[in-house]
Design a protein around this ligand. Structure first.
Ligand code: NI
Length: 179
């Protein structure tokens, strides 16, 4: 089990469509272990495989509240089979776009068909934070980010900030190496 580096926007790998998983084998299970460790380390509520540079349709989530026991969930090949007409607006953030938050409006509840970490077929309906999270993570599997829901000016501002952050991080890394 290892903590993997999380890709930061802008990165072409965050814009690709991920491929379905054929078989939930040991390599997929090991990927899931790494993704959970990486998500809890960040810490974040959800993490999709493309965020660590793996273009597979897998994401992990733990939408438990601060005072609740950890509730890790694994989703393989998720598909939205139902969306509520009712919409909800939540403030969203993303581990690939650190420290940037904005309101996104999405269906208030959704039903997903997916395979769990053992490869068993599941169907489940989500609401509240979990509904927002699963839709945000499925977007990652299709190369979509939450900033795509914002206006072009906001999106460009966030992207400019992220480019600056990436330059600063690269510089820090180079300085540590030289020290
Ligand atoms: Ni995200």
């Amino acid at each position: 089990m290892s903590i993997r580096p999380i890709l930061l926007h802008p990165d072409p790998r965050l814009r690709k469509k991920a491929e379905p998983v054929d078989q939930v084998d040991l390599s997929v299970k090991s990927l899931i272990e790494d993704m959970l460790a990486t998500m809890y380390d960040a810490p974040g509520v959800g993490l999709a495989a493309p965020q660590i540079g793996v273009l597979s349709r897998v994401f992990v989530m733990d939408a438990a509240g601060k005072d609740e026991a950890p509730a890790p969930k694994v989703f393989i090949n998720p598909q939205i089979t139902w969306k509520s007409a009712e919409m909800n607006t939540h403030q969203e953030g993303c581990l690939s776009i650190p420290e940037q938050f904005d309101d996104v409006t999405r269906p208030a509840s959704v039903t997903l068909a997916y395979l769990d970490g053992d490869g068993s077929a599941c169907e489940e309906t989500f609401e509240g934070l979990a509904a927002t999270c699963v839709q945000h993570e499925i977007d990652h599997l299709d190369g979509k980010l939450f900033i795509d829901y914002l206006g072009p000016v906001k999106r460009q501002m966030i992207t400019a900030k992220m480019k600056k952050l990436k330059r600063e991080r690269a510089k820090e890394k180079a300085e540590t190496k030289n020290a």
